[in-house]
Design a protein around this ligand. Sequence first.
Ligand code: FPP
Length: 247
Amino acid sequence: MIQENLVFNPELPVPQHVAVIMDGNGRWAQAQGLKRTAGHREGLNALRRVAIAAAQMGIKVITAYAFSTENWRRPQEEISYLMSLPKLLNDDVLPELMANDVKITITGSLEGVNRTTQAYINEAIAKTKDNKGLILNIAFNYGSRAEIVKASQSIAQQVAEGQLAVGDIDEELFSRSLQTAFLNDLQDPDFLIRSSGEVRLSNYLLWQLAYSEMYFVDTMWPDFDQSVFESCIAVYQHRHRRFGDVS
Ligand code: FPP
């Protein structure tokens, strides 16, 4: 259910970068007497619907939380299913994404991910690398605290080797050391959407979300489609961003 009854206005600006926490797959499936994995399968379809809607709205980047560093704690059967989704992405979803000029990128680490899954992820990246439309950035095996620790280690290493002075470390340099740095000036999301009514960040983009507008919507992720996504963007269109200023 959409909490704020606002209507998307194609005349108003849309966020350039939208971060999405795709929550509620398991509950959606269980509510219908299905296995949790059926929720993840429909979750992938919802991601396709949202990516295409976003591409058509002129949004530049969607960063979608597909697998967190904490998700390794789930039952092995569910982990195996989540690891099989990149194959389904290639087989079932990529043709439509290609037709919409969507480019796939990854934020996170492929360390510890099995070789077959890595190969499917790399295949999706390679096939879409020349596309110029929406960037569908999939956060896979991603954890924000680990990302921040890694960035700090890399900066400390450069200081230890004399390539960098302590005084050179500023917010811009730190941002450029994060896993989202390849997005350049689009690396900080304008808007975060979390589905399923949960209100927390779950170790997602903690640095990058510092000034993002946030919206926590009750809709379960597998129920997301163009119309739900437009209602979320309408919420953003009615927000006033001040970045600490008063105007
Ligand atoms: C959280 O819901 C969702 C996930 C852990 C996985 C989300 C992944 C997708 C939607 C598809 C990913 C696509 C690719 C290409 C890898 P949950 O299972 O925690 O739901 P619950 O809170 O109801 O249990």
